[in-house]
Design a protein around this ligand. Structure first.
Ligand SMILES: [Mg+2]
Length: 199
């Protein structure tokens, strides 16, 4: 056998081995993260969502404690409401527990809780009472949608306003990519939105 032929045969054998090795991981891929191309997107189960939320929030309380210990002026955290603070999609009105735990840890450390939400200004008192009913500590400030067309613009205006008021935004928790845009905060915690399925 010529060496060129042997090399070609070895390459083919290698490709076959790769194909065989890759096959099980493809079939075992979870549906939520690898939807079938062309299939309608569907929300994952509540359990999967909670697992994903917990994974994102796991470092939040240790981070908060470390950050508070470092000090600074008017440290505050910013939370989104829908599908972040509250389980809007899965259990309307119920607290999203990992975020509630984070908010309680912040309050326990004397860190104000600021809310930035794309809910409209007219729903301000309803939003505050929903958070209170869900067990959230006192909300120091809430900033809502005025006349913006896009939620991202609301979130950016609200955070700019908080910074202008002198707050140091040590954490920003949201579930839409737009919630984390414009980085005038120290650390972001991005919860899942499953390609825009969760508001
Ligand atoms: Mg949201």
């Amino acid at each position: 056998m010529h060496s060129r032929t042997r090399r070609a045969a070895a390459a083919v054998a290698g490709l076959l081995a790769l194909g065989l090795a890759a096959a099980p991981s493809v079939t075992a891929a979870p549906r939520a993260t690898a939807p079938t191309p062309g299939a309608a997107a569907s929300l994952p189960s509540y359990e999967t969502w909670q697992r994903d939320v917990r994974k994102a929030m796991d470092p939040a309380i240790p981070y908060l404690k470390d950050r508070v210990a470092q000090g600074g002026s008017k440290l505050a955290i910013v939370l989104d409401i829908d599908n972040t603070s509250l389980e809007t999609e899965y259990h309307p009105g119920a607290p999203n527990k990992p975020v509630l735990e984070f908010a309680k840890a912040a309050a326990g450390s004397g860190v104000p809780i600021l809310i930035a939400t794309a809910r409209s200004e007219s729903g301000k008192s309803a939003a505050l009472s929903a958070l209170k009913k869900a067990g959230y500590p006192a909300i120091t400030e809430i900033c809502l949608k005025k006349n913006e067309s896009h939620a991202v613009d609301v979130k950016i205006r609200c955070r700019k306003q908080f910074v202008a008021e002198g707050y140091t935004l040590i954490a920003n928790v949201g579930n839409r990519p737009g919630d984390l845009e414009y980085k005038n905060y120290e650390r972001g915690f991005k919860l899942p939105d499953y390609d825009g399925q969760l508001s």
